[in-house]
Design a protein around this ligand. Structure first.
Ligand code: NDP
Length: 284
């Protein structure tokens, strides 16, 4: 196959395909990023057209969909009959538009959402969401499994991107929570390493909360029998004031407190803090 885009992710993917015994043609705007891959047996194409021509299966690993247009625009005549597996991340809307664009040029677009960093490529413990035409996906499934296991979500092109974004909204906010904790610790002379065991235990406790509240949320049950929003409000204000007293940035704890306050103002003080889900949902 052909791999277009050799950032850390594209390089890990090309390497995994080589390790699985596939012939790999690569292309990247900055050609020097292909050096180690070429030493490992990949063929570096001298133009994007030459990269597309030899293979029916083309993997894109670019920063976003804008980069896809920038790269493929000069070579649209080569898209016809090819399956473009786009493992660049972007919004579901942009992936739908990208799929229409590839289709209009006679190609088949499969959206991918890779859920692991480059170090997870090549592992059976990793998974990637895919969506797009079923037949084309099934034809290439076993090849794609050299990267990670596959989680096919149906033909709608945006759904793989949506599943990816669902993971990312959790990832970025959780990691930012950790950066906040480190900043607070630092203000008191503690290093990131000092708090690592406590941080890890705190994060490791979350799956239990997810499982417990998921059942109730799907049943529309926000009973305050286990926790009450009013208790949570007091707690997030302690968090906010602890950070303010330490002189660290309070943007994140203030935003959390603001969401709790909205729930309180809407009269949910005696309900569980899971009732905040209702504040966050789309209101039509
Ligand atoms: P990078 O942004 O580091 O690399 C992206 C590639 O896109 C590079 O090859 C770069 O070329 C190319 N590129 C960007 N803009 C243009 C342009 N205008 N024209 C031509 N080429 C362009 O991303 P990663 O390799 O880290 O990731 C690739 C994709 O995978 C991203 O969409 C990312 O969100 C997703 N992903 C990444 C993860 C990670 O941990 N890295 C985890 C999960 C998903 P050049 O080398 O010339 O700059």
């Amino acid at each position: 196959m052909t791999v277009v885009g050799l950032g850390p992710m594209g390089r890990a993917m090309a390497r995994a395909f080589l390790d699985a015994g596939h012939g790999v043609t690569v292309w990247n705007r900055t050609a020097s990023r292909a050096d180690a891959l070429v030493a490992g047996g990949a063929v570096l194409a001298s133009s994007i057209e030459d990269a597309l021509r030899p293979n029916d299966l083309v993997i894109l690993s670019l920063t976003d969909y804008e980069a896809m247009y920038a790269v493929l625009e000069p070579a649209t005549s080569e898209l016809s009959g090819r399956v473009i597996v786009n493992l660049s991340s972007d919004t579901p809307e942009k992936t739908r538009a990208g799929a229409r664009w590839i289709t209009a040029h006679g190609g088949t677009h499969i959206t991918g959402g890779v859920t692991v960093p480059p170090s997870g490529i090549g592992s059976r413990d990793s998974y990637t969401f895919y969506s797009g035409p079923r037949e084309a996906f099934e034809r290439h499934r076993s090849t794609l499994e050299a990267l990670t296991t596959t989680d096919y979500r149906g033909e709608e092109p945006g759904i793989a991107a949506l599943m990816y974004q669902i993971g990312m909204v959790m990832f970025w906010t959780s990691m930012l929570g950790h950066w906040q904790a480190i900043a607070l610790a630092d203000a008191h002379g503690l290093s990131a390493q000092d708090i690592l065991p406590h941080a890890t235990a705190t994060m490791a406790s979350l799956p239990e909360f997810l499982a417990f509240y998921t059942k109730r949320i799907d049943a529309g049950d926000h009973d305050g029998d286990v926790d009450r929003l009013a208790m949570g409000m007091a707690s997030v204000e302690h968090v906010l004031h602890t950070n303010a007293d330490a002189g660290v940035d309070t943007t994140l704890p203030a935003a959390v407190a603001e969401l709790f306050r909205r729930g309180m103002n809407a009269g949910h003080g005696s309900d569980s803090f899971s009732s905040l889900v209702e504040q966050l949902k789309k209101h039509v």
